[in-house]
Design a protein around this ligand. Structure first.
Ligand code: FES
Length: 684
């Protein structure tokens, strides 16, 4: 007796024998091969496309004859006429196995297809969203066997998709009957399956086959900006990204001032909650419009945010987060209907997921960074720093991950800097100071040329040279140190001491003049002693946080450093190390991860198992509270020197010799180490 035909699927390598006439989709399902289908094999969704291969396959021990699959049928022809199938493709639900065959499942036909992140890192996202579409044929009502439409829908989902139980809200029930009849009892249902319970919630229903897709919003809710990525829940593709300012800024620039606003003003927390929810609705409407997508097709939102934003989003007074022991109302993830957050611009039954918080000062944004950068899967000891107004710091490897948050303040973003500005055309973003002539050359955003190159003046004529952004000020301070214009304590030397007229007196201290356009009515851009002080405070807080985690871990060096966040993407690792912002590692071991928190939000949006994973990871992270840790203060003071008072920087000294100069003339000079001792807790 001849054997049943052998079917080999690639790339999975899964194989099995099936009776002649078995549809390829059925064979795939029985073998657990990842082949998509929304219409359940009716030949209308085209999700099940496959590519058969013909000929000799010694690797698989198979010879595939031309008639290994059934002939191209009318359903495939109709689909090809209407939409077009790529050459060589068949519909897996239509093509039947007739002989031994090798079948490739192209990436777009895989349910759990992978989406490669655009960023430099090769991280991929496995598509496995919580909300999916299911096409079903529901039995028509029968007077002799009375059952409700919902019950027959449930029966159909069980029969065709093996979904045991569904739950539908009353708002869905009101559209169920007209939709079923409009679709002649064929409908597409969007079902949301949570990772915490087995219930499938009906999010929406459409007559016939719904082809307009489903979308989700991954939202990075920051204290200054709210950024959203509108993501296709089928492909993982980001259809549009957009951001707006967080309107809560009018209640306080940084987080602690928002907490105090809430303390001082009864109902202040509710005002801030309303403001941020309104902003999210506006953002959702705008981003859907930009992508040309109906807002009701947005069926999921995922939020990452710091603890104060987390509470204000949820409508919880953040007052407890303003004082020790910094108790969160809940540190677990939150899953709920989006309308409980007043998100009325999207589907009325859309779901929301908020990542868990790590601790009272280490929020869901840090959890998202952990999800994206996976320090717990690193073989070597990695320090992940998400630099913002607050720095979120993670240290770990496969054995253990630690986390803390450190109040760096806004100096790294160009705020509280005399010539500081946000990163916009005209801002100095990179600078070099010649160690011999002590002359600067710089680049501004919007122009590729350096300031001493031909054509620079013409190319910057439109924007002008307007100030220094965050990455520019870091480079400027580090360059002052490298050029011997500033000493280890952060003091700028006088013109006499440094031999350059660019060192100009400023009150009782000195400033370094980078660019003077006052003759033409433009700005005079300097780095003042006050600017250096602000940078010292910020970098000391960052380094002290990292050091505290290293102490906790019992190490005095790390293997590599990942700089995350928009700012991390632009910062020069060499200059960051000269400043002593980050621990000493070989320069090639410092990498940038881009917007890791936003990526973490997208991963949680596209992959429901990732939610379970980050909930587990967060439970296992060791939390370190910088605010109450006495050693933080010692580390903070020692880190005030540039690069550091006591910690050696051997890797740095291999590539950058730092001049041994001192400009302390005995007066207070505005510099020295005292200025850094003021302990602040600024969070934003
Ligand atoms: Fe829908 Fe084949 S499963 S077209």
């Amino acid at each position: 007796m001849s054997q049943d035909p052998l079917v080999v699927f690639t790339p999975s390598g899964k194989r099995g024998r099936f009776a002649k006439g078995t549809p390829v989709l059925t064979a795939a399902r029985q073998l657990g091969v990842d082949l998509d289908s929304v219409c359940g094999g009716r030949g209308i969704c085209s999700k099940c496309q496959i590519t058969p291969s013909y000929g000799e396959f010694s690797k698989h021990g198979v010879t595939v004859a031309d008639d290994a699959l059934s002939e191209w049928n009318a359903v495939e022809q109709r689909y090809d006429d209407k939409r077009g199938l790529k050459p060589g493709r068949r519909l897996g639900c239509q093509a039947q196995v007739m002989g031994d065959v090798v079948i490739d499942v192209p990436p777009e036909s895989q349910v759990h297809r992978q989406v490669v992140r655009k960023a430099a890192s090769a991280r991929v996202i496995d598509m496995d969203p919580a909300t999916r579409l299911y096409f079903v044929e529901v039995e028509e009502p029968d007077m002799h066997e009375p059952t409700g439409d919902l019950e027959r829908l449930e029966r159909a989902l069980k029969r065709e998709w093996d979904i045991p139980e569904i739950r539908a809200e009353s708002s869905l029930l009101s559209k169920l009957q007209p939709t079923l009849r409009k679709g002649k009892f064929q409908v597409t249902v969007a079902l949301h399956k949570s990772h915490t319970d087995d219930v499938a919630r009906v999010i929406d229903i459409w007559p016939g086959l719904h082809e307009a897709g489903l979308y989700g919003l991954a939202i990075d809710l920051g204290s200054t900006t709210v950024a959203a990525h509108l993501t296709d829940l089928d492909t993982g593709e980001v259809k549009a990204s957009s951001g707006i300012m967080n309107p809560q800024i009018r209640f306080g620039e940084d987080l602690m001032s928002r907490v105090s606003y809430s303390m001082m003003n009864p109902g202040g927390d509710q005002e801030m909650t309303c403001a941020v929810r309104d902003a999210i609705n506006t953002l959702a409407e705008e981003i859907a419009k930009e992508a040309g997508i109906e807002p009701h097709l947005i069926v999921e939102t995922v939020f990452v945010c710091n603890p104060v934003m987390h509470h204000l989003l949820l409508g919880i007074d953040p007052v407890e987060l303003g004082q020790a022991p910094f108790a969160l109302a809940t540190s677990d993830s939150v899953a709920m209907p989006a309308r409980e957050l007043d998100l009325h611009a999207i589907n009325p039954r859309a779901r929301t997921y908020i990542l868990p918080c790590i601790a009272g000062h280490v929020g869901a944004d840090a959890a998202a960074v952990a999800l994206s950068e996976e320090p717990g899967k690193s073989e070597d000891l990695v320090l992940v720093v998400d630099v913002g107004t607050n720095a979120e710091i993670l240290l770990g490897d496969t054995s253990r991950v630690l986390a803390c948050s450190s109040p760096t303040g806004p100096a790294f973003e160009g705020a509280q800097i005399s010539s500081g500005q946000r990163a916009a055309p005209g801002a100095i973003e990179a600078i070099q100071i010649d160690p011999d002539s002590k002359e600067p050359r710089f680049r501004v955003i919007g122009c590729e040329k350096w300031s001493d190159e031909e054509g620079f003046d013409e190319e910057t004529a439109a924007t002008g040279i307007t100030g220094i952004c965050g990455s520019g000020i870091i480079e400027a301070v580090a360059e002052l140190r490298m050029a011997g214009l500033m000493d280890e304590s952060g003091l700028i030397g006088s013109a006499e001491a440094t031999g350059t007229a660019r060192s100009v007196p400023e009150v009782r201290t000195h400033a370094y003049l980078i660019h003077d356009a006052t003759a033409d009515g433009g700005p005079r851009i300097t780095v003042t002693q006050g600017d250096i002080r602000a940078i010292q405070l910020a970098k000391s807080a960052l380094y002290a946080g990292a050091r505290l985690l290293m102490d906790e871990r019992g190490v005095d060096k790390v293997d590599r450093v990942v700089l995350a966040g928009a700012f991390g993407a632009h910062i020069s690792p060499k200059h960051a190390m000269v400043l002593g912002m980050i621990p000493d590692v070989p320069l090639e071991k410092v990498t940038s991860a881009g917007n890791a928190a936003g990526t973490g939000a997208r991963i949680a949006l596209c992959n429901v198992a990732a939610r379970q994973e980050i909930e587990r990871v967060v439970r296992e992270i060791t939390k370190v509270e910088t605010a109450i840790e006495p050693k933080f203060q010692d580390h903070f003071v020692a880190a005030n020197a540039i690069p550091h008072k006591t910690d050696p920087f051997p890797e740095l000294s291999k590539i950058v010799p730092l001049p041994n100069v001192s400009f302390n003339t005995g007066g207070d000079g505005g510099g020295g180490e005292d200025g850094g001792r003021r302990r602040r807790r600024r969070r934003a």
